[in-house]
Design a protein around this ligand. Sequence first.
Ligand SMILES: [Zn+2]
Length: 709
Amino acid sequence: MKNVCSMLMLTVLFTACNDSKSKNKASDMDAMTQNMTENPLLVESTLPYGAPDFTQIKNSHFKPALLQGMEAQQQAIIKIVNASEAPTFENTVLALEKSGALLDRVENVFYSLTGAHTNDTLQAIQEEMAPKFSEQRDAIYLNEKLFARIKTLHETKESLGLDAESLKLLEKYFEDFEIAGANLSAADKETLKSYNSRLATLINTFNKTLLEANNSGAIVFTDKEDLAGLSEGVLKSLEDPASKGWKIPLLNTTQQPLLQSLDNRATREKIFNAAWNRADGTAQDTKAIIAEIAELRAQKAALLGFDNYASWSLQNTMAKIPENVFNLFNGLIPAATAKAAVEAKEIQKMIQQKGGDFTLEPWDWNYYGEMVRKAKYDLDENQIKPYFEMKTVLEKGVFYAAEKLYGLTFKERTDIPTYHDEVLVYELFEENGDALGLFYADFFARPSKRGGAWMSNFVTQSKLYDKKPVIYNVCNYPKPAEGEAALLTYDEVETMFHEFGHALHGFFADQQYPSLSGTSVARDFVEFPSQFNENWALYPEILKNYALHYKTGEQIPQALIDKIKNSGTFNQGYSLTENLAASNLDMQWHTIGADKKIDDANAFEKEALRKTKLDVVSAVPPRYRSTYFSHVFGSGYAAGYYSYLWTEMLHHDAYNWFENNGGLTRENGQRIRDMVLSRGNTLPLEEMYKEWRGSDPKIEPMLKARGLK
Ligand SMILES: [Zn+2]
């Protein structure tokens, strides 16, 4: 089960085509045998729902358990391919599905800790095991005998008498093998291997070069006047002992957050240019690297029988083909850029009002934009936060919405062991009282936790193993001082609803097979249930139940609610345009043909923005330039950045259906649960959505929600 909301972490688990051989060293095997008797990870937990028993699990248990899980999977695969019987669904597909059961169980606990509560030992194991995992995956997906058996079954799939879900499982495995290149001739497999190996090297070089570019792009200022506008606290955090000045590091995006506060225009320009040019024309130039990556990906796609890389990579998504992604872009671009042009005018007016005699440039946008925001929206987080006490938001907001829509009830369980005393545990029940699963909430930031917010499973729902889900949400809310209340910003409230939307997708799963269960869906669908759940945060009936002053208990005043709603439309022209520009660059790079040579990455980028009219508001640059777009050139997210916009379209469209059909009711909740949220990956996503919605998704509700229509 993969984490959702942190898709960057999942980079290319699927790197097919390295040498496939299993290497179990004798010493590792010895360690395994020793630990078998006392290792709690190797036996089924006896706690409710098979929840991991953190009172028993120690760091030293992980490596032997992971190795044992890998060994068990290898043995199971050997048994499948060496079977003398002709392939059947049971002896091949089902056996393959079951082969990783132990490994999955151990990995689920291992990755929960490496994400939310890691330490040096776990990090070292993670680093050591990563290449072994990828080798094991390759060994499975390039195993010719295994693929031959699956192919045989796939060719006769209609006559096997399979139920719909089993048929889907067979198809999924067949496609996974095909995508990995299992269907190629021996010679083509060798070519694919060489492409993959070169790509892995290039991606690695890109990441290393970009890291160096980011580091050496940091700017040192020694005159405090240059940094006027920054608070003493911020200045303190930027102190640079070497220069006795202040060092501004570069963040991964084009815009740098400090530009919003810096009064000195020359300073802003200097920092912006450092960000914009970090990997272009400097000692750490990535232009040749990205050009070669894009060319190679196109050649790889051609080898696998596709026109371009995006066509290959979109096969199993909801969008299916590049054309559908471009249609989404084309629908959004005119409205986004028109709104951005209006915002630019407002900001230009503000510049004049403040006595500026210059034309708005990208480095001015957020500085003067912040003045426009204050003048127009005047939303002060400190006024809002007293109404958003963390546990009240969870129990009387997030849980309450789930009760109203789906009939769920929640009971806190203080008897279930956790990996940290800040983790809350709840048991979920259906309307009829049936138990549904366990939910862990790990909300506070701490040094042992990585940034961001995510959801994943300790135990994945499956009828095959008779398992109900055990699910966790992790956030990074600042921990209040001892004795003080944990008060959230509105963004943090939305994050809680968001992550619980993923959790519901996992809880409502009703699948036979773990591989098809719950959130195991394409990346342009997985963020839909979570984003959709955010809509209930501001729904009047829900809001008045949870937005209560933490001291007085009084409801949040309407004037504050209006301010929250209005502020949601601030700067949306800019933010949508910069996102579209980056998403579009990703797609343009990945729809080139196999014979295309890219001599000049900058010229390619410029033309890509020009021909899609994303350059019409010159003060709005892409969120990432190609040269530092690590989602697509440094990880496995190529031709996938559009997913954020795609799921945004889906969730507004879905909420629009609710608005037109009675809003928050049990009946409406049950309907989307039955038709969408409980279906996992068992149906074609676009058909499933259409069946529920009554039509294909439309972009108008998204434009309206962003204040663009
Ligand atoms: Zn998410």
